[in-house]
Design a protein around this ligand. Sequence first.
Ligand SMILES: Cc1cc2nc3c(=O)[nH]c(=O)nc-3n(C[C@H](O)[C@H](O)[C@H](O)COP(=O)(O)OP(=O)(O)OC[C@H]3O[C@@H](n4cnc5c(N)ncnc54)[C@H](O)[C@@H]3O)c2cc1C
Length: 580
Amino acid sequence: MLMRSSRRLATRLPLVKSVQKSLTLSQTRTLASAAPQPESDKSESSGKSSTPFSITPAGIAVSLALFGVGGYLGYSRAYASPPTFLYPETSTTPLEDLEPPKYASDAEFDRAIEEIAGLLGAEHVSRDQPDLQSHADSEYNCHHAKPDEVPRVIVFPGTTEEVSTVMKVCHKYRVPVIPYSGGTSLEGQYISTRKGLTLDFSRMDAILEFNKGDLDITLQPGVGWQDLDEFLKPHGLLFGPDPGPGAQIGGMVATSCSGTNAFRYGTMKENVLSLEVVLADGSIIKTRRRPRKTAAGYNLTSLFIGSEGSLGIVTKATLKLNPRPAAESIAVIAFDKVEEATGAVQDFIRSGVSLNAVELLNAKTVYCVNESKQLSQKLDEKPTLFIKVGGPSQVFVDETVKIVKRISKDHNVQNFRFATSETEKTELWAARKIFYWSTLKFGRETVSPDVNVWTTDVAVPISQLATLVKECEEDIEKSGILGTIIGHVGDGNFHTLLVYTPEQAQIAMDLVQRQVYRGLEVGGTCTGEHAVGYGKRTFLEKELGDTTISTMRKVKMGLDPLRLLNPDKIFKIDPNDKEH
Ligand SMILES: Cc1cc2nc3c(=O)[nH]c(=O)nc-3n(C[C@H](O)[C@H](O)[C@H](O)COP(=O)(O)OP(=O)(O)OC[C@H]3O[C@@H](n4cnc5c(N)ncnc54)[C@H](O)[C@@H]3O)c2cc1C
């Protein structure tokens, strides 16, 4: 108890000191005016000359007494109720409690960049327009940057120490920093709202340590998941999460991504063992060690996963690996109705059958895939499940397929196709993989060459999936714009791809909003895997409520009090921020 309170006192000592000082001075003044005037003062007021100060024993005694009383009052007041602007006593940080953040002036920004260029080498700092533009936005983004939302500088660090150096300089000058890995995120995650500096990890793309026996690997943030997959293949291993082509580990950790394999292997949250993170002031931390389990302290690893670059910069990640199935095949199963397909999925799960991926394409998506003319044989244009069945042997796979077939029959299956050759397997899975490009291509050919795709992302309890997918299909139909639906249905997660011209942007936006609100109404989340970024902040508020968001903001303010790291993402950090 004693130790605890003395430690608390020690952490507050600077504050106690400053408050004590100011209270002592003011109280001295108050008390002095009430106290009988010393002789020296009386003589001055009577107009007679005298020495300005005379030290008498009585004066010393009074001063000591005043100092003691003031000190005691100051100390006890500061200890009992320290100023809340310095030490807020609340457990949450509501937006209205914050002052707007203060960032570097133009001159300070330039000085910071000059220092960074001096430390890292000018060749690793770019102000070239193509570099700035390519880090500002992408065609996949659902929320596009405004013309002036472009980073002012791109910095390419090569090591953790360099990232730390950059952060120390940025901290000194209050420069906002946006981390950037593969640039495939979809919700405006790296929009440069504060026109700061963007950190690009393309030079940090090394595999640092591979522990085949322990099934783990440590790598830098710029390693792409597809390159990692190529590296692991000859070792008979795989890493679970498989998001958009081009995504890299840093961004994957930061968005807590997943993909088609999540049903079997989980999301990033289940696949990261440990992280090295550079904090906003340049401190370097490691969140935990390599063992599969630990009960050692807070789970900081999970805190950083999904924090979208707003709490710290991932400079190393240690990931869990899985054995690659010795045998695997693909089943493509068509139903008349979405609810038959999702009903079958619920029964697959209940039966305990082990599947590696369970994906749904609605009839319109299958139509677009057929229209892409990438397949040697057209698929039935019906709601269709794409299932990966894998395991330690072909016997295991064959047995599993029998169960899948039996359950599908119970749900009025219309067509059950099972790949029998490597070529067929590759082609059938490719049909699932090309849904995005097929939808975009079809839109460009039949709607307008300048269409964009808005990819939404909602996850709901699986029992609610069929109703929601059907409602979304009807809503899209009524809206008059082209839209396809694809779901990682094993996880109750689905996306609509809304194809819109610039004039139809509002229609798409309204559809997205209705879809998210429908999902929230049935206990779902506004994002199963694409994360919140800039575009889903309002939905997140609706999903979790103000107090939970204010708790997140408290964590943000604890780790990044100057609000330098990826500002304005996930939730608002500035009371003057009027954007949705
Ligand atoms: C065609 C297509 C298909 C997709 N399919 C899927 C899918 O199936 N599943 C899925 O989950 N996602 C999918 N995505 C979305 C996207 O691929 C994921 O969100 C991915 O995880 C983003 O990784 P990235 O490297 O591109 O990150 P970026 O876009 O570079 O960054 C994303 C966020 O991470 C932060 N960040 C980047 N690097 C770091 C770092 N080192 N430290 C801290 N923060 C950092 C950024 O500031 C930003 O907030 C898809 C995207 C596309 C275009």
